[in-house]
Design a protein around this ligand. Structure first.
Ligand SMILES: C[S@@+](CC[C@H](N)C(=O)[O-])C[C@H]1O[C@@H](n2cnc3c(N)ncnc32)[C@H](O)[C@@H]1O
Length: 335
């Protein structure tokens, strides 16, 4: 492969006899752009994926250090460790220790890519994302020697097969046109001993499913900035409910997915009627980030654990760990 000389980004997939301004694939001859030292293979699969790409480019440019610095970082570290099933970062580091090549598929602003590189300094960690979030990720990771980024579609990742000892795809597969296909596309990249950890959205209660789809399709026509404003109002709605600090005792209503017992009013509505995220201690902008992330991407599929387990079987992999929260399903699988 020849390194970029000009910093220009040629049309992906063009060929020619001239000196290419980018990288040339040794097997197929495809010329790919390199900008800011990051190879760019992004292919626009369809209109929905293009919208997703734009959504996340906007979000990560607007809140580039979300989850990496300040109040969001502290909460995210605890939450991510619990979600992945590790007691703390030391336990995660021990599990990562044998890995030499790690992929963070859909790395966003690089929060988890950086964690992986920090916890296993012996490994080379690649962060891949379809959007220009890779620029924010590279900025956030500046100074870490064992990290690199690539802008590409994980469904056609321009990476060697059979070489990654760990693959993480955290909150990404459901943002592609087809979650199952995206999962199956990453499996061949795993090394023989490799492990693949992924987090996908879980199917919610019926009214919540309805309002998710309704609001998502309603704000899709808006510009990202207008959608962010609408999400700011939704966030303030969540805050108003949370500020009530009220609990109510309710009977089970199985058809609506409501469980019997005492519930905080905001959390009950959040899980069963309308997502309106609010967390005390985060700024309005940091909270809005969560609601925008949920509602603005055109693709945000939700799944059941049965569905995900059928994909794991289809891939010929076995389950190493699984966790279910009201919001998501997280699996660690291997051969
Ligand atoms: C909700 S963010 C999660 C980012 C990161 N994994 C995290 O935990 O913060 C989803 C990311 O997936 C990326 N993404 C969506 N579809 C993708 C695809 N087909 N290939 C690669 N990345 C994709 C988006 O650009 C976005 O940065």
């Amino acid at each position: 492969m020849a390194a970029d000389a000009t910093g220009e980004t040629p049309e992906p997939g063009t060929r020619g006899d001239c000196e290419p301004a980018g990288l040339v694939c040794a097997s197929c001859g495809t010329v790919t752009g390199v900008r800011n030292g990051i190879p760019r293979f992004a292919t626009l699969a369809d209109e929905g994926q293009t919208q997703v790409q734009g959504t996340f480019a906007y979000k990560w440019k607007r809140t580039p250090e979300w989850g990496i610095t300040g109040a969001t970082a502290e909460i995210m570290t605890g939450w991510v460790m619990a979600t992945l099933g590790w007691k703390d970062e030391a336990a995660y580091a021990a599990a990562l220790k044998p890995a030499r090549l790690i992929l963070d598929a859909g790395c966003g602003n690089g929060r988890e890519t950086i964690r992986l590189a920090r916890l296993n300094p012996e490994a080379l960690v690649i962060g891949l994302d379809i959007s220009e979030a890779v620029d924010e990720a590279a900025r956030n990771a500046a100074g870490l020697p064992n990290i690199g980024f690539v802008q590409a579609d994980l469904c056609a990742a321009p990476l060697a097969r059979g070489v990654f000892d760990q693959i993480l795809s955290f909150g990404v597969l459901h943002h592609t046109p087809d979650t199952r296909r995206a999962f199956l596309a990453l499996v061949p990249l795993l090394s023989r001993q490799g492990e693949f950890t992924f987090y996908v959205y879980r199917k919610k209660a019926p009214l919540r499913e309805f309002s998710d789809d309704y609001l998502r399709s309603a704000i899709r026509a808006m510009t990202p900035a207008d959608a962010w404003d609408e999400m700011t109002r939704l966030t303030l709605f969540g805050k108003a409910l949370a500020d009530l600090k009220a609990e109510i005792e309710v009977p089970a209503i199985p058809t609506l997915g409501i469980m019997a017992g005492r519930h905080d009013v905001q959390r009950l509505l959040y899980y069963t009627v309308i997502k309106c995220y609010w967390r005390d201690g985060w700024s309005l902008e940091e909270n809005t980030h969560i609601n925008f992330d949920w509602f603005y991407p055109q693709y945000a599929w939700r799944h059941t654990s049965e569905e995900v387990r059928s994909w794991i079987r289809e891939a010929g992999l076995s389950e190493r760990s699984a966790s279910e929260s009201p919001a998501a399903l997280t699996f660690r699988v291997g051969r």
